[in-house]
Design a protein around this ligand. Structure first.
Ligand code: PRP
Ligand code: URA
Length: 311
């Protein structure tokens, strides 16, 4: 992607730059940054549909089927298919090593079942929205682990016992990439009451997939906050890079940005992570590639259209 030019409105003021800020977010201790391996059959989606989040299964290592589902791709010329043909088996596909700043949600049974529902072209709109909301809630909860905590001591109600714990520290800000990112706002608000939410309107050109930034509204003190940048889809990575750049231009250091997505394509993930190595990129699954129209394959389709009913 070439030079990004745009206008960002930050409250009443303009950009505040903190190029020397070097604070790092939480370390990757609970991240899965492994190499893809063999896929597993997904569990029946019915169990996930019947619950409202209470029936989480055991976590498994990062060997989910989406990681192993195909090779990378560079986009290629129009009409080209930049992912392995369906005939490829998992053992024939190249491994993909996640960039170190990717924080992949463990492929729990719940995540895999819910992703199976939202991937299916047969899923009804009601079931799709319900399941997408559940994945979003899980991924937002997971992403919050990459914000800093500080030690705190509390006294419990039991015999005056003392517990050495942690408390959330630092101010946070949600920033949604309009439109699909707005679907992630309720989950963030459910976890962080009265959380401030900025907006960045970026749209991909339907023919070229090139992103354009139309509008941004961020609070005056954005540069002092930890930012959860919300967009469920990372395909070519163009929109994510543009949104991240808007935050950097507003003075937010990379290390205070957590990009929160539901699904990423290898190609876009690699591009974003290479361009912004100190930004944490959270996602629930990584897919093999992009089709000629730059949609993620196997993907979920157009997230915004399926969520908001404009398909
Ligand atoms: C979608 C999605 C991302 C972008 C990802 O938005 O929400 O912002 O595409 O694609 P990229 O990685 O190739 O840039 P879109 O512009 O289609 O708008 P929408 O949210 O209104 O669906
Ligand atoms: N945006 C989407 O909603 N889906 C894709 O696969 C790519 C971009």
């Amino acid at each position: 992607m070439g030079t990004i030019r745009h206008t960002v409105s930050i409250g009443q003021s303009f950009f505040i730059s903190h190029p020397s800020y070097s604070h790092r977010l939480l370390g990757p201790a609970c991240c899965y940054t492994g190499v893809a391996s063999a896929p597993r059959p997904p569990p029946s989606p019915c169990g996930a549909m019947a619950t409202n989040g209470a029936a989480g299964g055991p976590s498994t290592p990062a060997t989910g089927s989406s990681l192993a589902a195909g090779g990378g791709g560079s986009g290629g010329a129009a009409g080209a298919v930049s992912y392995p043909p369906p005939s490829a088996t998992s053992s024939e596909l190249p491994a993909f090593e996640l960039p170190p700043n990717v924080r992949l949600h463990p492929p729990t049974a719940q995540i895999r079942a819910l992703m199976t529902i939202i991937r299916s072209a047969e899923t009804s709109r009601a079931d799709w929205i319900f399941s997408a909301d559940r994945v979003i809630r899980l991924i937002v909860e997971f992403a919050l682990n990459f914000l800093p905590v500080s030690p705190v001591t509390v006294t419990t109600p039991v015999d005056g016992a003392v517990h050495e714990g942690v408390a959330f520290s630092g101010k946070i800000l949600g920033v949604s990439v309009v439109r699909a990112g707005e679907a992630m706002e309720p989950a963030l608000r459910s976890c962080c009451r009265s959380c401030r939410i900025g907006k960045i309107l970026i749209q991909r050109d339907e023919a070229t997939a090139a992103p354009t930034l139309f509008f941004a509204k961020l609070p005056d003190d954005v540069a002092s906050r930890h930012v959860l940048l919300l967009d469920p889809m990372l395909a070519t990575g163009g929109s994510a890079r543009m949104a991240i750049q808007a935050l950097l231009d507003a003075g937010v250091p990379q290390s205070k940005i957590v990009f929160v997505s539901v699904l990423a394509a290898r190609q876009g993930l690699a591009a974003v992570c290479a361009a912004y190595p100190d930004v944490s990129v959270v996602t629930a699954a990584v897919d093999a590639g992009l089709n000629a129209k730059k949609f993620i394959v196997p993907g979920v389709g157009d997230f915004g259209d399926r969520y908001f009913g404009t398909d």
